[in-house]
Design a protein around this ligand. Structure first.
Ligand SMILES: *[C@@H]1O[C@H](CO)[C@@H](O)[C@H](O)[C@H]1NC(C)=O
Ligand SMILES: *[C@@H]1O[C@H](CO)[C@@H](O)[C@H](O)[C@H]1NC(C)=O
Ligand SMILES: *[C@@H]1O[C@H](CO)[C@@H](O)[C@H](O)[C@H]1NC(C)=O
Ligand SMILES: *[C@@H]1O[C@H](CO)[C@@H](O)[C@H](O)[C@H]1NC(C)=O
Ligand SMILES: *[C@@H]1O[C@H](CO)[C@@H](O)[C@H](O)[C@H]1NC(C)=O
Ligand SMILES: *[C@@H]1O[C@H](CO)[C@@H](O)[C@H](O)[C@H]1NC(C)=O
Length: 375
């Protein structure tokens, strides 16, 4: 009896392996519905985390009591003063965190975004001091549960990404910023934040089949890592494992990875052939289904900790640091229309109508229960 009971417990743990937290990036704009309405729509879509690159107090307030966790970013323009003066860090926290927390569930702060994109090595030193000052200010305020880090861009920091097991961080960034920052993240139990777009890597490497970037499981859509013998069925996992391998080589294989941005544009001003609604839908559906399956990646069973889809509404964002962006401007990345209806059939709640989702999972759990009882 006790044997079958422990087997049952073991099997139910296996069957309910926790999936990645799925969030979205929300950039408010005047033409859009008010933030309160957006917050309630996101909640009804079962979205549990929101990233606010522009941390406006009125927008943070719209998420009071929603149980949606918030990821805030400090703009790059403030890093210089925050790095040289801890009071500047405290001032930012007094304006953006202290009045709202914990009614607004602020869980993470990115000190700057893609700071290395300017290629200026002295930015690295400023960045590191700014991250430490924000962390120390949070400690002084007694806000110990908020993770502090900075957001990198995959294409800026990875030297090689194939095969993923041989991936390493690019110099000089590896020495001047990543090594000391990873040490800080390990000491403070923080996560590694990275913007990771299979779309950009696909645009830079024409030999990659588009289906591999779009989670289409077809005969030729795989890449083998000859060193580990692992077969990759999608570009997202391959890129995540490249980051994990680079962390491992740096001696920090356990730092959680948060994908702060990912997505696929649905149109642009030059009618690029891969920039279409049908591809954007395939990418988002494939990504959500993959994350909700809880399968993780070949190198990390639990997968990435969080993923933020870019983005809720189409905005006029310019990706100045992305070389591939020069092929098309005016790209639209949003998954909601201005009237808040969905552009695509995607489901954040984990119950897909047309693919194996929740029903198959409950069947699996039922079968495991039967097997356990038979023992
Ligand atoms: C709040 O969200 C967390 C994580 O998403 C969930 O586990 C919890 O049940 C939610 N609480 C309420 C009151 O909805
Ligand atoms: C430090 O920052 C605070 C808040 O922004 C400001 O009032 C103060 O003048 C700054 N001190 C120096 C030395 O820059
Ligand atoms: C690099 O950054 C530092 C510090 O912000 C600045 O003083 C310097 O002018 C920058 N150098 C270049 C070449 O942009
Ligand atoms: C980090 O997490 C570990 C394990 O959960 C805990 O023992 C440790 O105290 C934490 N460290 C900090 C600085 O929060
Ligand atoms: C988008 O941004 C560009 C450059 O900032 C500007 O020229 C263009 O008018 C903007 N388009 C819209 C629709 O706001
Ligand atoms: C919302 O807007 C989209 C695009 O403008 C349109 O196709 C759709 O019919 C609208 N939905 C509703 C319910 O008004």
């Amino acid at each position: 009896m006790s044997n079958s009971l422990s087997l049952l417990l073991l099997l139910s743990v296996v069957a309910t392996a926790s999936a990645t937290t799925i969030g979205v990036t929300y950039v408010p704009a005047p033409a859009q519905p008010p933030p309160e309405q957006v917050a309630s729509t996101l909640r009804s879509l079962k979205i549990s985390a929101v990233r606010l690159p522009v941390a406006e107090p009125s927008v943070i307030r719209a998420f009071f009591y929603t149980n949606i966790s918030l990821f805030l970013s400090i703009p790059n323009s403030l890093l210089h003063s925050i790095s040289s003066n801890r009071s500047a860090a405290s001032l930012w926290l007094y304006n953006h965190v202290v009045p709202f927390y914990p009614r607004a569930l602020i869980t993470a702060i990115s000190v700057g975004t893609n700071v290395l994109a300017d290629g200026n090595a002295s930015s690295a030193d400023i960045l590191l001091r700014a991250v430490r000052n924000v962390h120390q200010s949070l400690m002084d305020l007694g806000l110990r549960k908020i993770t502090v880090s900075t957001t990198f861009s995959f294409v800026n920091i990875m030297m090689t990404s194939f095969p993923p097991s041989s991936a390493e961080f690019e110099e000089p960034w590896n020495n001047v910023i990543l090594q000391p920052l990873l040490q800080f993240l390990a000491e403070t139990n923080s996560s590694f934040f990275v913007n990771l777009y299979p779309y950009f890597v696909y645009k830079l490497r024409p030999e990659i089949p588009v289906g591999f970037a779009l989670f289409q499981e077809q005969a030729y859509n795989f890449r083998d890592d000859a060193i580990t013998g692992v077969r990759y069925h999608n570009l997202f996992d391959l890129m995540v494992d490249a980051v994990i391998a680079a962390l491992t080589i740096s001696g920090h294989e356990n730092i959680p990875v948060v994908v702060t941005e990912t997505g696929w544009p649905s149109c642009d001003s030059i009618n690029d052939v891969e920039t279409r609604p049908v591809y954007a839908e395939m990418y988002l559906r494939g990504l959500l289904y993959h994350l909700q399956s809880g399968r993780g990646t070949p190198l990390r069973k639990e997968g990435v900790a969080e993923v933020y889809i870019y983005e809720v509404f189409d905005t006029n964002t310019t990706f100045t640091n992305q070389p591939a962006m020069r092929v098309g401007t005016g790209q639209k990345w949003g998954f909601l229309h201005q009237n808040m209806s969905m552009k695509y059939e995607i489901d954040f709640s984990g119950s897909f109508p047309t693919t194996i989702g929740a029903p198959a999972r409950s069947l699996l759990q039922f079968l495991l229960l039967v097997i356990a009882l038979l023992f």
